[in-house]
Design a protein around this ligand. Structure first.
Ligand code: ADP
Ligand code: NA
Length: 350
C-alpha cells in the first residue's frame, strides 16, 4: 500500500477567517497525531487572483504563523510555501497534458470566480485544479483535509491520478514502480494513489454571517460576513450580534434547522468551536432565543480565537523564525518531491 501521508494547503490571500480555521486548519492540527503531514502555503495559487502583491511574502508569513499558532509542529511535520519547491510547477505542467479542458470547464469554483467574461479569465484560473493535483500527488499523499468547497477539486485530482496510472500502465509495470491498490472491485497497479478527501464534521462548510446561501470567504466585500482570525473580542461580538437570523427560537432537534440556513450556520459554528456535535448544541440551547444564544456564541468564539490570534502576533513579530521554518520545510519537502519526479520523468521518458 501507499505510505499514509496528509497534504493540504491554504492560499496567502487576505485574512484567514473562521471557515478556514474550522474547515481546514483545526483538522490539520488533529491529523498530526495519526499521520505524517505536509502543510503548504500555496503562494503560486494566489497568483490566479492577482499577479502583483506588495505584501505576498508577508501574507505567506501570516498563514505560516496561523499554522504554528494553531498547534502545527514544524519539526515533526513539514510546513513550507509552494513556490520554494519547483517540482509542484513541473508536475502541474505534466498534469495539464494529462487532464482534459472539459474537466476544468466543469469546475464550479472556476465558473464562480471567472464570472460572465470567461474568455478573459486567466489560463491559470482554469488550470488551478491541475496545480492542486500536483501539490498533492508530488508527495503521493493519501489524505487531504479540506472544506466542503474543495470536494470537486479532490475528485478531479483522483481523475488525473487514474488517467496517469492508466495511460502509463505499461511503463509503470516495466519500471516496477507501481503500488497495488483497489479501484472498485479491481486490483490495479498505479504510481499515484487515489487520494481521499478528509471532509466533514459540523464545520465543513461555514456560511457568510450576512447571507446563509454563500460560504464565508476571504473575497466577500463585506467584512461583517466573516470572523477573521485576528479580530479582537469587541469586533467578534459585534459581528455575531449583527449576524442575520430569523425570529424563531432554536429547535431541540436537528430536523428543525432544515429550512433555516442562518440558524444552522450559527449552530454549526458553535459546534465546531466547542468540538461537539450540532445535536449537542441543540440539547443545550433548544428553546432559547438568539438573544441568549448569540452572546454565548460570542463568548465561546473569543475564548477559542483570542489565544490563537495573540500567539499569531507573537510569531509574526519574529520574521527570522518564520522564514527559517519555511526554508527548512522547503528543503525537506523538496527532497520528497524530487524523489517522485525522478520516477515520473522516467515513466514519461523525459
Ligand atoms: P478561501 O476559500 O477563503 O479563499 P482557501 O481557498 O485558501 O480560502 O481555502 C483554505 C481552506 O479553507 C480550504 O481547505 C477550504 O476548503 C477551507 N475553507 C474555505 N472557506 C471555507 C468555509 N466557508 N467553510 C469551511 N471551510 C472553508
Ligand atoms: Na477555497
Amino acid at each position: 500500500p501507499f505510505r499514509q501521508l496528509v497534504f493540504s494547503g491554504v492560499q496567502p490571500t487576505g485574512n484567514l477567517h473562521l471557515g478556514n480555521y474550522l474547515g481546514a486548519i483545526r483538522k490539520f492540527v488533529a491529523l498530526q497525531e495519526e499521520y505524517d503531514c505536509i502543510y503548504c502555503v500555496v503562494d503560486l495559487h494566489s497568483l490566479t487572483a492577482q499577479m502583483v502583491y506588495d505584501d505576498l511574502a508577508d501574507q505567506t508569513r501570516q498563514i505560516t504563523a496561523a499554522f504554528l499558532a494553531s498547534g502545527i509542529d514544524p519539526k515533526k511535520h513539514i510546513v513550507f510555501n509552494q513556490s520554494r519547491v519547483k517540482q509542484h510547477a513541473e508536475l502541474a505542467w505534466i498534469f495539464n497534458c494529462v487532464a482534459r479542458i472539459g474537466w476544468m470547464n466543469r469546475m464550479t469554483q472556476f465558473k464562480d470566480k471567472a464570472g460572465k467574461d470567461r474568455e478573459n479569465a486567466s489560463l491559470g484560473l482554469l488550470a488551478y485544479p491541475s496545480l492542486m493535483a500536483a501539490d498533492i500527488l508530488v508527495y503521493r499523499a493519501t489524505h487531504v483535509p479540506v472544506g466542503e468547497d474543495q470536494k470537486q477539486h479532490l475528485e478531479l485530482t483522483r481523475d488525473i491520478a487514474q488517467k496517469f496510472n492508466n495511460d502509463f500502465s505499461g511503463r509503470i509495470a516495466d519500471l516496477d514502480v507501481g503500488v497495488e491498490m483497489q479501484v472498485g472491485d479491481e486490483t490495479v497497479n498505479g504510481f499515484f494513489p487515489l487520494t481521499e478527501p478528509v471532509i466533514g464534521g459540523p464545520a465543513a462548510r461555514i456560511m457568510s454571517l450576512r447571507d446563509g446561501s454563500k460560504k464565508m470567504s476571504k473575497s466577500d466585500p463585506s467584512d461583517l460576513s466573516r470572523i477573521n482570525l485576528t479580530d479582537d473580542a469587541d469586533v467578534i461580538s459585534k459581528k455575531i450580534k449583527k449576524a442575520k437570523t430569523d425570529p424563531d427560537a432554536l429547535p431541540g432537534e436537528l430536523a428543525g434547522l432544515e429550512s433555516r440556513p442562518e440558524a444552522k450556520n450559527l449552530v454549526g459554528i458553535y459546534a465546531g468551536l466547542a468540538d461537539i456535535s450540532k445535536e449537542d448544541v441543540l440539547k443545550a440551547f433548544g428553546g432559547q432565543q438568539f438573544s441568549a444564544f448569540k452572546p454565548a456564541l460570542a463568548d465561546l468564539a473569543v475564548e477559542k480565537l483570542a489565544p490563537v490570534a495573540s500567539e499569531m502576533r507573537r510569531i509574526m513579530a519574529d520574521t527570522a523564525y518564520v522564514d527559517a521554518v519555511l526554508k527548512d520545510g522547503g528543503e525537506r519537502a523538496g527532497a520528497l518531491a524530487e524523489e517522485t519526479m525522478k520516477t515520473v520523468r522516467d515513466i514519461i521518458g523525459l
